[in-house]
Design a protein around this ligand. Structure first.
Ligand code: DGL
Length: 293
């Protein structure tokens, strides 16, 4: 590598990591990344004007995902994490083709982790996610890529999203809805269940208690963060310049954008992360195709 290459690499490594989600749920992925990468800065976009993605069509989710990705790319990022399971399931190839950057989605890492932690030759893996993610079969495809003997059962659990945002993490109503959804797995007897939606880790306790302690829960955001750590190290893109000592979640080194309802985003962020973002701005991403190639 010549001197120019080294300098370019160092400049690239000092750029932030971009993350987008349909709204606030991707903060669970941000937290997993932040925990593992205290030396990195993050730019987060929550598309709160157009959430939810989980009930929308392929064409619409693709368009939203591309606009979000282009908006973040226009800021100068070194890597894009598509934190939204629905956008990862439906639009990852299109985003990869359009953005000249490494792009990491949450489906592949979550699927691979499920096979790994099921820890048997013929794993029985449950997937809970939005309607669009389940209909796409993206998790089933990635799980079968990792283990073609896997048995898979998927179930959409759309009401978990508003329950998590309300902060009803141990309400009787949440338990009763969980019981109704997760009864789908009673006969299947999964070794592991993938939490295939950004919001579901917030309800992990309810889900675990409902399915029983023997079923391993896979947080695809955490699995994704593990793979991002490896990717940055393998490509020598990890940032060496920031002093990590004083970093905390949502501090002013991280920049948060939303497409609507800034105050609500801050309030739900506080519920999810225990604090509000210091730097939080409303922005329009539509037509950001023009902002950067
Ligand atoms: N962020 C979405 C996901 O992970 C859940 C919320 C939505 O439907 O947009 O699939």
């Amino acid at each position: 590598m010549n001197a120019m290459d080294t300098k370019e690499k160092a400049d690239l490594a000092s750029l932030p990591i971009g993350i987008f989600d349909s709204g606030v749920g991707g903060l669970t992925v941000y937290r997993a990344l932040h925990d593992r990468l205290p030396n990195e800065r993050f730019v987060y976009l929550g598309d709160t004007a157009r959430v939810p993605y989980g009930t929308k069509s392929l064409a619409t989710v693709e368009r939203y995902a591309l606009e979000n990705a282009q908006f973040l790319a226009s800021f100068g990022i070194k890597l894009l994490v598509v934190a939204c399971n629905t956008a990862s399931a439906l639009a990852l190839p299109q985003v990869r083709a359009k953005i000249g950057l490494d792009v990491v989605g949450v489906i592949g890492p979550g699927g691979r982790k499920a096979v790994e932690i099921a820890g048997c030759e013929t794993p029985r893996i449950g997937v809970i996610a939005t309607e669009a993610t389940v209909a796409s079969n993206a998790y089933a495809d990635r799980i079968l890529d990792a283990c073609d003997k896997a048995e898979i059962l998927q179930k959409a659990c759309p009401l978990f999203v508003p329950l998590a945002e309300e902060g009803w993490t141990d309400a009787p109503e949440t338990f009763s809805i969980a019981k109704k959804y997760l009864a789908a797995f009673d006969d299947f007897k999964p070794d592991a269940i993938v939490l295939g939606c950004t919001h579901y880790p917030i309800l992990k306790e309810v889900i675990q208690q409902t399915v029983g302690e023997n079923v391993k829960l896979v947080d695809s955001g955490e699995a994704t963060a593990d793979e991002v750590v490896d990717l940055l190290r393998d490509k020598a893109l990890d940032n060496r310049n920031i002093v990590s000592g004083s970093r905390r979640l949502c501090d002013d080194l991280d920049h948060f954008f939303v497409t609507d309802a800034t105050e609500r985003f801050g309030n739900v962020a506080e519920r999810f992360l225990g604090m509000k973002p210091t730097k939080l701005e409303a922005v329009e991403v539509y037509g950001s195709d023009n902002m950067k190639g």
